[in-house]
Structure formats: structure tokens, C-alpha cells
Design a protein around this ligand. Structure first.
Ligand SMILES: *Cc1c(COP(=O)(O)O)cnc(C)c1O
Length: 231
């Protein structure tokens, strides 16, 4: 078995165990294998180990990889997206995790309409209030959702967050719990399910799942530590 296949197997077991602790089955948690910085040959090893869903965070890196790999894979754009790149990405990704402002969402709706498709998105929320982080503030979400829900070419599937970096993964727990509670409140108030919660990375995905994550984004624990620049 390749190292990547072995890592994937171990991650799947840990996902299943965490889901069980949260009263769910492994099937209810989607694993996005974050392949940023890794070339198609490496990604192919994960495909051979039955991984179908991959996450990339830079448009210019992602598109050539998508073109180089089998067409039946599912690609998620997990990083910040600039409004001027929307035209390049609509129709190329199954889910956009990092939609962090209404101008971007409006542009996505406009271009998706032009292309005759619907874009599935998650709204990124800055739960922790860290200044360096992208995302809607929790207070801004009700008004943003009211504006975005009626848009015909966007499907708002849920919320995404990143916990502040910490050596101790339990520090992420209040952030994840905060996102879930925010979702519950927004969902109750709006009548829209906002089913997906994308929260948890290599260092804290078990905490994410225990707090209700339906999607985890895991890179280094599958592919190995990236070179110094992790963008
Ligand atoms: C890089 C990245 C990840 C994966 O990080 P790892 O710690 O390598 O698992 C998850 N989410 C986002 C938004 C990222 O940019």
C-alpha cells in the first residue's frame, strides 16, 4: 500500500470513530482531500485509494490539475476567491467553500446565470473574530442570507469556518460549536436548512466532527507536510 493510501485509511477510521462519538455514521461526513501544492501524480495515488473528492485553494493551480485528472472527480474550491476570477471557476467546482462577501456571491450568481448553471456555495464565517481571517461576521449573516437566498443561480448549502491556529486542537472546539449554533439559529429563522458545516482540518477534524461537521478538509495528514509556504 502506498503511504497516501495508508494515510487515507487511517483518516477514514478516525472520521468514522469521531462520527460515531457524535451519533452519526461515517457516511454523513464528507472527506475533502486537500491537494493544494501537490501535483497530479500524487493526487492520482489518492484516487487509486478510492478518494473521489479533492480541495484546492488557488484557481490558477487548480484548473490545470482538474484538466489533467479523470473527469469523474469532484473538486471543491476551499480558499478565498477573488471576484475577478469568478468567470474562470463557475462550472468547474462542485462546491465553493470560501464565499466571504456578498459582492462575490452576487457576481457568482450573475456568471452562473450567464453559463446556465447553479453554483453551490458555503458562506465562510469568521467565528473567532480574528482580524487576519476572511469571512462574514456572525452579525452580518442574517442580512446577507436575506439578500442571497432569493438568487436563482446560487445554492447556499451551509457554512464554513477555519479555527485559529493552535497546538491544542481542543481550542478549536468553541469555534466549531459556535458555527453549528449559528447555523441552527439562522436555519430556524430563515427556514433554509443550511445543511453543510465545513469545519476541521488535519489538526482538528475530530473536534470538527464531534461538533457537527458534515465536511472536513484534510491535506497534510493525507499527503504529507507541505513545503514552507502554505497558502
Ligand atoms: C490548506 C487548507 C486546509 C487543509 O489544511 P491541513 O492542515 O493540511 O489539513 C483546509 N482548509 C483550507 C481552507 C486550507 O487552505
Amino acid at each position: 500500500m502506498s503511504q497516501i493510501a495508508e494515510n487515507l485509511e487511517f483518516i477514514r477510521q478516525r472520521i468514522a470513530a469521531a462520527a460515531e462519538r457524535n451519533g452519526r455514521s461515517a457516511k454523513e461526513v464528507k472527506l475533502v482531500a486537500v491537494s493544494k501544492t501537490y501535483p497530479p501524480e500524487i493526487i492520482r495515488e489518492a484516487v487509486e485509494a478510492a478518494q473521489q473528492c479533492f480541495g484546492e485553494n488557488r484557481v490558477q493551480d487548480a484548473l490545470p490539475k482538474i484538466d489533467a485528472l479523470p473527469p469523474d472527480l469532484e473538486w471543491h474550491l476551499i480558499g478565498h476567491l477573488q471576484t475577478n476570477k469568478v468567470r474562470k471557476v463557475i462550472g468547474r467546482f462542485a462546491l465553493f467553500h470560501g464565499v466571504d462577501n456578498t459582492a462575490l456571491a452576487l457576481q457568482m450568481n450573475r456568471i452562473a446565470g450567464e453559463f446556465g448553471v447553479t453554483a453551490s456555495i458555503l458562506l465562510e464565517v469568521n467565528v473567532s473574530g480574528e482580524e487576519s481571517k476572511f469571512g462574514f461576521t456572525p452579525n452580518a449573516l442574517p442580512a446577507a442570507l436575506e439578500e442571497l437566498f432569493p438568487l436563482p443561480h446560487l445554492r447556499i448549502e451551509g457554512l464554513m469556518t477555519m479555527a485559529p491556529y493552535s497546538e491544542n486542537p481542543d481550542c478549536a472546539r468553541p469555534v466549531f460549536e459556535g458555527l453549528r449554533k449559528l447555523r441552527d439559529a439562522l436555519s430556524a429563522a430563515s427556514g433554509h436548512p443550511l445543511k453543510e458545516l465545513s469545519m476541521g482540518m488535519s489538526g482538528d477534524f475530530e473536534q470538527g466532527i464531534e461538533e457537527g461537521a458534515t465536511i472536513v478538509r484534510i491535506g497534510s495528514a493525507i499527503f504529507g507536510t507541505r513545503a514552507a509556504v502554505t497558502h
